[in-house]
Design a protein around this ligand. Structure first.
Ligand SMILES: *[C@@H]1O[C@H](CO)[C@@H](O)[C@H](O)[C@H]1NC(C)=O
Ligand SMILES: *[C@@H]1O[C@H](CO)[C@@H](O)[C@H](O)[C@H]1NC(C)=O
Length: 144
């Protein structure tokens, strides 16, 4: 595991107040399904990371270079009913960084979001059942 502290400024002013808090991220170099990973986080009273802004994305990019899986789970899941991507904190994903064409459209039921460990470190929509490393916030961020 490795740990980095950074200032997270909330992007998305139409949905969220601008915030600036110090957030530790932890990369867990174990392979779990998305649900296993989120349950594991919840047992520790944290969530999978929510990438609200480019600034958080930059820190995620630094961390995933140490991952052992080709992709790393983010706290991102697709609502089949609303056909939108949501963070586990409940907010709509307004900042997004998908591999071009990958996260768009409606065909993502049962999928969750991961970031590429290499290349452009962009996001992909993958079946929840894939087993990947994951990143969590060490402390729960309450922004809503
Ligand atoms: C996780 O999976 C990758 C390949 O998918 C493998 O190289 C790595 O050793 C696995 N890590 C653990 C802790 O099992
Ligand atoms: C998104 O990328 C992943 C990983 O490369 C791939 O498995 C998946 O099929 C892609 N989805 C779409 C809709 O292109």
């Amino acid at each position: 595991m490795c740990e980095i502290w950074f200032d997270a400024a909330g992007a998305c002013p139409s949905f969220l107040p601008l915030i600036s808090i110090s957030v530790p991220l932890i990369l867990v170099q174990e392979n779990m399904t998305w649900n296993e990973a989120q349950s594991y986080c919840r047992e520790n009273n944290v969530d999978l990371v929510s990438v609200y802004s480019e600034e958080i994305q930059n820190w995620v990019e630094r961390m995933v270079r140490s991952a052992t899986s080709s992709h790393v789970w983010l706290g991102l899941r697709f609502s089949c009913r609303l056909k939108l991507w949501f963070w586990v904190t409940g907010s709509v994903a307004c900042y997004q960084n998908w591999v071009p064409g990958n996260g768009s459209g409606a065909g993502h039921c049962g999928n969750t979001g991961a970031v590429q460990s290499g290349g452009g470190h962009q996001w992909v929509s993958l079946p929840e059942t894939q087993k990947l490393n994951f990143i969590w916030n060490k402390d729960r961020i309450n922004i809503l």
